[in-house]
Design a binder for this molecule. Structure first.
Ligand code: B3K
Ligand code: ZN
Length: 888
């Protein structure tokens, strides 16, 4: 397949006004009758109608009730002789497809005996011939017919207008969606399902029915999802004045799903992982994820569905904005400033460990890409998370109220349309004429067009005599594929100044009267200098507060400055960041040092500072846990030009062991004082306590490794057995496994026996073993053995991710082996998965994105493994694009 370019966009020559679909559902052969009313798009030169199709069997085509000539061009159905003129044309297309054989899980497929659909991005063409592009929006009527016994529940978008029995034990249901939509938002579900239901009244007084459908037996695990949905509805009304526009809003869960969830109009389909949650089977992280994904899909109802994308290059229009909205929702739900900061830190961690590497690697692309081969490869952390950061900068540049005004204008202008990223930022700027965003609008848009992570270098100069502090900020951005030279970005840099004792110094820009505690400098040139006056002492700068822009900050502050920030910075993000910077600094020194990895990498004053945080009387446990967590190996790797993954792993392990031993008494104190959390609640305070207790337990078990003490592993085993919730149970199990305790084996066996009928828990069981700390190369053989386990299946994406991805993508210390066996394993799994599900295979293929930075012997071995995959002649477009770019 060849590349598609954004610059080639053309408006559709034909429009589809209405679609009337009738399904006779049968797993082996489903019959689809598609009646459309279409018309020529006025203003676009007359063209033949070219409808997309994929793996369909075409039985009949009729135009205005009679036969017609047509031809096939590849997989497209082409009608060249449609009536001239502007009158609507009735088109009838009759096809069949085979849902039971659909292992790609795109289009119509069967999961555990239930029919589901997934149409985004280009799955609708696997259901019927259509103009499968988001700028063609139509009104849908859908009739579902199926055997009543096997498929008692028949769902589609919108409102149920008719239902009843048919001959031969069959029945039907007819659904009408009152809203125009692009076909990627079409959905149907048919099977044996039960629902939790809730009636709600909106602020505006309208009544709605909320439903969460799951398999019988899972109903008691849906309370949290339903609560999250109700909170989402209320939040969007309160924060943005956006109300639910449907009588009925449904969520349905399936265990076979390529990603997290899908925002089909009024009928969201979810991976069970993001719906089901009970205290005995789900961790605090799972509970938080359910809330944020339920929110995310619900928020798409306005940002994505009411206003959609003109073309798939604009994907971040809906995804970046909706991630921003779900992040804000989670923060508002979390409540306290400290809990907000914890959420912000978690989001930034994802950006740095996943998006920064993507933006520096062979798959780097702008937030609004210029070309792609397979659109499924562009549902990336850049489109989602960096896209959200770009929206967040707009929010911060115009302020919270200004942003709400901008959103209002966006809906006034574009409701019901398919638009572009430019249209969005234009609306935000136009609603805020005096803002820095409006002032620098054209330049700001470079965030959408230029890929790569900018580096901001900061240098400060204190003049004691003049009592001034001059801060010079310079920006640069390295070349990325297809983009050799970058122009300067608009970079909001929020700053504060600290005194040597850590107290906040007032900020007064030269030439202004006002003083503030914190200020946002807007860097637009390659280099700019700001001078602050009335600075009574040499300050410690607190730069890029709250991570005000998605950049790498290069500031060579002393260890002492960072220790001051770690102890005192009033910006919670930068306080955490100071600790991370110090840890990173020591880690990189140890990576570069000669000889064996030292056991005392961290200096005493840093360890003492971490102890102070751990023992701090008022900081939240969740925040402490983040401060005490060392930067990830993948983040360390990004700082280096040549990466030795084993050296990095050894350094991080040594640092962790040092913290475990040096703070042993403090960890014991933390465990003892936080381990009783009372009746289970997944709120931020109690989940923070559980997180800190879990970390403490792991540290204590690690310390026990060298001391030979068996008390803590014993305690961990006891806690694992007695825990009243999955968070405590799984943390205790993880502590045993990651510390290599002898009790890990019996605990794992017991865990499996306890939860063998809970697929999402069995996923955790696989994942834990695949992400185990590698001591002597035992992880790969264990993973290979687990592939033979009766519970393993490559066909189920969750299961494949839990074992294969956990090993290849999330366990660098075990994956990068000097004997290359990890890479060989990777290439075999990529090929095996590609024959089943190309989307999932292409994700796995990205595990070796950063191969060219690897030290030898890893580099050559990794390239050979990629070349072996690329040598296969019949690869999917998905995997072909990833490996071609990697070798590029
Ligand atoms: N919009 C879907 C993602 C669809 C992915 C298709 N390959 C989920 C979401 O972002 O909400
Ligand atoms: Zn989304």
């Amino acid at each position: 397949a060849s590349a598609i370019y954004r610059a080639d966009y053309q408006a559709p020559a034909w429009l589809i006004e209405t679609v009337d679909l009738t399904f006779d559902l049968d797993p082996a052969k489903t019959r689809v009758l598609n009646k459309m009313r279409i018309r020529r798009n006025p203003g676009v030169p007359a063209q033949a109608l070219r409808l997309d199709g994929d793996e369909l069997n075409l039985a009949r085509v009729m135009v205005n009730g009679g036969g017609t000539s047509f031809k096939m061009d590849g997989s497209q159905l082409v009608l060249e002789n449609l009536p001239e003129g502007s009158d609507p044309v009735e088109l009838e297309i009759f096809t069949t497809c085979a849902p039971a054989k659909n292992t790609k899980l795109m289009g119509l497929y069967v999961s555990e005996g239930t029919f589901f659909t997934q149409c985004e991005a280009e799955g609708f063409r696997r259901i019927t011939y259509f103009l499968d592009r988001p700028d063609v929006m139509a009104l849908y009527t859908v009739t579902l017919r199926a055997n009543r016994h096997d498929y008692p529940v028949l769902l589609s978008n919108g409102n149920l207008v008719d239902a009843g029995p048919l001959d031969d034990g069959r029945h039907f249901a007819k659904w009408v969606d009152p809203h125009k939509k692009p076909c990627y938002l079409f959905a149907l579900v048919a099977g044996q399902l039960v629902a939790r239901e809730q009636k709600i009244k909106s602020r505006a007084g309208r009544e709605h029915l909320l439903q969460v459908f799951v398999r019988p037996g899972d109903l008691e695990k849906t309370e949290h999802a339903m609560n999250a949905l109700m909170h989402s509805v209320a939040w969007d009304e309160a924060r943005f004045g956006l109300s639910l526009d449907l009588d009925r809003f449904m969520i349905v869960a399936t265990s076979d799903f390529n990603m997290g969830a899908m925002e089909n109009k009024g009928l969201n389909i979810f991976n069970t992982k993001y719906v089901l949650a009970s205290q005995s089977t789900a961790t605090d992280v799972d509970f938080a994820n359910v809330e944020s994904v339920v929110g995310h899909e619900y928020f798409h109802n306005w940002t994505g569905n009411r206003i959609t994308c003109r073309d798939w290059f604009q994907l971040s229009l809906k995804e970046g904005l909706t991630v921003f909205r779900d992040q804000e929702f989670s923060m508002d739900m979390a409540g306290t400033p400290s809990a907000r900061a914890v959420k912000r830190i978690e989001d930034v961690r994802v950006l740095r460990t996943a998006q920064f590497p993507e933006d520096a690697g062979p798959m780097a692309h702008p937030v609004r890409p210029d070309s792609y081969i397979e659109i499924n490869n562009f549902y990336t952390v850049t489109i989602y998370e960096k896209g959200s950061e770009v929206v967040r900068m707009q929010h911060n540049l115009v302020g919270r109220d200004g942003f709400a005004q901008g959103m209002k204008l966006y809906f006034q202008r574009h409701d019901g349309q398919a638009v572009t990223c430019d249209d969005f930022v234009q609306a935000i700027a136009d609603a805020n004429p005096g803002s820095a965003l409006a002032q620098h609008l054209e330049q700001f848009k470079r965030w959408y067009s230029q890929s790569g992570t900018p580096v901001v270098q900061a240098r400060g100069q204190y003049d004691a005599a003049a009592q001034t502090y001059a801060l010079t900020l310079s920006q640069s951005c390295a070349a990325t594929p297809g983009q050799a030279d970058k122009l300067p970005f608009v970079i909001p840099v929020e700053i504060g100044l600290l005194g040597q004792d850590g107290s906040a110094l007032p900020l007064q820009l030269q030439g202004t009267d006002a003083t503030t505690a914190s200020q946002t400098l807007v860097l637009t040139e390659a280099t700019q200098t700001w001078v602050f006056t009335g600075v009574a002492q040499a300050p410690v700068p607190s730069l890029l507060r709250g991570f005000s822009a998605p950049v790498v900050l290069d500031y060579d502050g002393s260890d002492a400055e960072l220790l001051t920030q770690l102890a005192h910075d009033s910006d919670a993000f930068n306080r955490w960041e100071a600790g991370q910077r110090l840890a990173l600094r020591y880690a990189l020194q140890a990576v570069h040092a000669d000889g064996a990895v030292a056991t005392d990498i961290l200096p005493g004053d840093f360890v003492a500072a971490l102890r102070d945080v751990l023992r701090h009387p008022t900081l939240d446990a969740a925040y402490k846990d983040l401060v005490l967590t060392l930067p990830a190996e993948s983040y360390m790797a990004e700082q280096l030009d040549v990466v030795d993954p084993q050296r990095i792993h050894a350094v991080r392990e040594s640092m962790r062991q040092q913290l475990a031993e040096a703070l042993q008494a403090d960890w014991a104190w933390a465990f003892d004082t936080h381990s009783a959390t009372g009746a289970y609640q997944p709120d931020p305070i109690s989940s923070g306590r559980r997180a800190l207790t879990g970390s403490a337990l792991l540290m204590l078990c690690l310390a026990a490794r060298t001391s030979g003490d068996t008390a803590w592993p014993g305690k961990a085993y006891q806690r694992f057995k007695d825990a009243g919730n999955m968070t405590d149970r799984f943390n205790a199990l993880s502590a045993l496994v990651h510390s290599g305790a002898e009790l890990a084996k019996p605990a794992l066996e017991r865990f499996h026996a306890l939860f063998k009928s809970e697929p999402l828990v069995i996923d955790k069981w696989f994942s834990l073993q695949a992400s185990n700390c590698d001591r002597g190369g035992q992880v790969l053989p264990a993973v290979k053995q687990l592939m033979k386990h009766a519970d393993f299946s490559l066909k189920n994406p969750n299961r494949a991710r839990s074992l294969i991805f956990s090993y290849c993508s999330a366990n660098p210390g075990a994956f990068h082996r000097t004997d290359a066996a990890g890479y060989v394993f990777w290439s075999e799994r990529v090929l095996e998965l590609d024959a089943i599900n190309p989307q999932v295979a292409a994700r796995l293929a990205r595990a070796l994105d950063r191969w060219s930075k690897l030290a030898e012997p890893y580099r050559t071995a990794a390239r050979e493994a990629i070349a072996r995959v690329a040598a296969k002649p019949d690869l999917s477009n998905d995997v072909r694009e990833v490996v071609t770019r990697a070798l590029g």
